[in-house]
Structure formats: structure tokens, C-alpha cells
Design a protein around this ligand. Structure first.
Ligand code: IPM
Ligand code: MG
Length: 364
């Protein structure tokens, strides 16, 4: 029997719909080639959901995601919904979705395509050999702790970073397991010299790795030092595990190793196989609707979806190879257009054309 999977698409706001469409078409191409069926359902999340339903995460969207095998998301947010006084925000919908689906581990691999080495602001010799994976805790910490908005007088506001032992244990296990399948090195990021939650993080991480992963080399690095080491010696890292906010910040920094935010995919996973897949870039309202957004981060997120939620490893690799071939053949969206040697044949293409090129290599 032909395997069949249910995929929920959440195009979201800004460039989200444009890049998700290219990823959907790419998934269809790969499904036909590898002999499985995909059923797509599209739902609203973020600013577009606020417009249509008055809430950033409608019940119907959450319910559809719960029934799905995997969820592919574009991006949420935009200047239209930036009012700090607003009762709901697009980003709240995304956080509630991650929490509602219990997706506590966010995998953000940073892999460099050789053609794009020049795209980074960093020197090529620093970038040689970079291949790292950030595992970001996604449903705890300061994003979800007790908080107080500033009242009418605007005098005081607070957020709280809270972690429990089980929350740390489960994400550290995901990271250590990933390290075991890679180069067996795990870097845990914290601020244990200042924060109590970080001291617990460090203690629990050490216990889990010592007890369950004695074959993994573990190091602890303070987050401020990590911000520095990530651009000084990025190739020395294998798997990095960090709490929610530290992981958020460090992965934007890590994206610059790859030259463009438009290249980095992510997977958010929980206990089961259901996962949420999204590019790490935002909704880029400045270029939305222009047909110039880079769809590769979303297409690479679709590859992660095939790998982690559907168990279709060969199909995942086929997409990754096709993306590499498209870049090697010189195709670039404008975010990467300036990046090439004097003799390189570079063709600047839009969102749809880039998607089409990837699908051409996929079917070749
Ligand atoms: C990310 C984003 C989100 C986050 C925003 C859009 C809420 O920055 O996925 O990294 O902070 O988690
Ligand atoms: Mg972020």
C-alpha cells in the first residue's frame, strides 16, 4: 500500500505564503518520485488569523495540527500587528502552537554550502568545516514563565526564567542523542555564574550526560562567551544545547555563518513523531509579495519534515542534494546575489524560479 501522510500548511504572514508554496510543490515532486502520498490542508496562524478569527491561534488550526503527521510553517508577524498594547500578537500564536503541541526540542542545523562561503561576513578560513546543530529548548524558560506587563503607569514589568528538572532532562537527551549520531561532542550553554535556573540546567545536563551518554564529550560554556566563540571558532562545535531565549539569540547569530537567514531550516519536535517545521527567518514584510524571497530555508525545512516526521530519509536527502545542485549551478535569490567569484556564472532568480530549479534537479 502507498503510504499516505497528512501535512498541515501554515503559510502565515509576509513572505510565508510564497515560500511555503514552493516547499509544498517540492514535497509533491518528491512524493511522486519516492512513491508516497501527501494530503495538504492549509490553516491560519499569526496575523492573518487575527484578521480572520480575532485570534492568532484559532482552535481549528491547533486541532488540525494535532491530527496531522507534520506541520509546515512559513512565518508570522508584521508591522501591522506590532502595537504593543494589542491584546494578541502573531508571535503569541506561534508560541501557543509550540506549547500546545508540546514541541520542546527545536533543531536548528547550520550547514554551509561551499558556494555560499563568500556570503558570510566572516572570513572563509573561519568557516571551513562548520557543521553544527543547535538544539534549543522551546516550551519553557523566560518565554513561558510568570510575567507582568507594565501597567498604566509604565513603571515596572517582568518576565521569569523557570526550568524544572524534567524539562531540562528531555531536551538534553534529544541533544545528546543527536551528538551520538554526529561527532559526539555536546556544548551546553548557560549563564550559571549569574542565574539560578542556569545552575540547575548545568547540574541536570551533567547528570544526564554522565549517566546516560558517557560516550559523549560534554562542555559547558557561558552564553556571553558562546556568542564570541560561535564566530571565532564555529567549526569546533558539533551539537549545542541551550535554553529557549539563549537558543533564540544564538541561532540568529549562527545563521550568519551560513550567509543568509534565508538558508536555515528548523524542526520542532516533542515525544512523538509529530513535528513543526519552519525556516528560522521571519516574515520579511519589506519584501513580501515581491516574489524575491529565498524559499530554500523552507524547502530545507520540508526535507527535515520528511526525515523526522515521515521517516522518508531518502526523499529528505534528495531535496538537500537538489538544493545543493541549484546553488552549485549558480542560481541565487537576491539575498545571495552578491555572492560569487568574478568568474562564476550566477543567475539571479525569484522565489518561484528558485523553487522550479530545485524541482528540476529533483526530477532529473
Ligand atoms: C524564532 C523566532 C520566534 C521566537 C518569534 C517569532 C516568536 O524569533 O523562531 O526564532 O522567538 O521563538
Ligand atoms: Mg528567533
Amino acid at each position: 500500500m502507498t503510504p499516505s501522510y497528512r501535512i498541515v500548511l501554515l503559510p502565515g504572514d509576509g513572505i510565508g505564503p510564497e515560500v511555503v508554496e514552493e516547499a509544498r510543490l517540492t514535497l509533491e515532486t518528491v512524493a511522486a518520485r519516492f512513491g508516497f502520498d501527501l494530503q495538504f490542508e492549509t490553516h491560519l496562524l499569526g496575523g492573518c488569523a487575527i484578521e480572520a478569527y480575532g485570534t492568532s491561534l484559532p482552535e481549528s488550526t491547533l486541532a488540525a495540527c494535532r491530527r496531522a503527521d507534520a506541520v509546515l510553517l512559513g512565518a508570522v508577524g508584521g508591522p501591522r500587528w506590532d502595537n504593543p498594547q494589542a491584546p494578541d500578537r502573531p508571535e503569541r500564536g506561534l508560541l501557543a502552537l509550540r506549547k500546545g503541541l508540546s514541541l520542546f526540542a527545536n533543531l536548528r542545523p547550520v550547514r554551509l554550502f561551499p558556494e555560499l562561503l563568500g556570503a558570510s561576513t566572516l572570513k572563509e578560513e573561519v568557516l571551513q568545516g562548520v557543521d553544527l546543530l543547535v538544539v534549543r529548548e522551546l516550551t519553557g524558560g523566560i518565554y513561558f514563565g510568570p510575567r507582568q506587563e507594565a501597567g498604566e503607569d509604565g513603571h515596572e514589568a517582568y518576565d521569569t526564567m523557570v526550568y524544572t528538572r524534567p524539562e531540562i532532562e528531555r531536551v538534553v537527551r534529544v541533544a545528546a542523542q543527536a551528538a551520538r549520531e554526529r561527532r559526539r561532542k555536546l556544548t551546553s550553554v548557560d549563564k550559571a555564574n549569574v542565574l539560578a535556573s542556569s545552575r540547575l540546567w548545568r547540574r541536570v545536563t551533567t547528570e544526564v550526560v554522565t549517566r546516560e551518554f558517557p560516550d559523549i564529550e560534554l562542555e559547558h560554556v557561558l552564553v556571553d562567551a558562546m556568542a564570541m566563540h560561535l564566530i571565532r571558532r564555529p567549526a569546533s562545535f558539533d551539537v549545542i544545547v541551550a535554553e529557549n531565549l539563549f537558543g533564540d539569540i544564538l541561532t540568529d547569530e549562527a545563521a550568519m555563518l551560513a550567509g543568509s537567514m534565508g538558508m536555515l531550516p528548523s524542526a520542532s519536535l516533542g515525544e512523538g513523531t509529530l513535528g513543526l517545521y519552519e525556516p528560522i527567518h521571519g516574515s520579511a514584510p519589506d519584501i513580501a509579495g515581491k516574489g524575491i524571497a529565498n524559499p530554500l530555508a523552507t524547502i530545507l525545512s520540508a526535507a527535515m519534515l520528511l526525515r523526522h516526521s515521515l521517516g522518508q530519509e531518502a526523499a529528505a536527502q534528495a531535496i538537500e542534494t537538489a538544493v545543493a545542485q541549484a546553488l552549485a549551478a549558480g542560481y541565487r535569490t537576491p539575498d545571495l546575489a552578491g555572492v560569487h567569484g568574478p568568474d562564476d556564472r550566477v543567475e539571479v532568480v525569484g522565489t518561484q524560479a528558485m523553487g522550479a530549479v530545485v524541482r528540476q534537479f529533483l526530477s532529473a
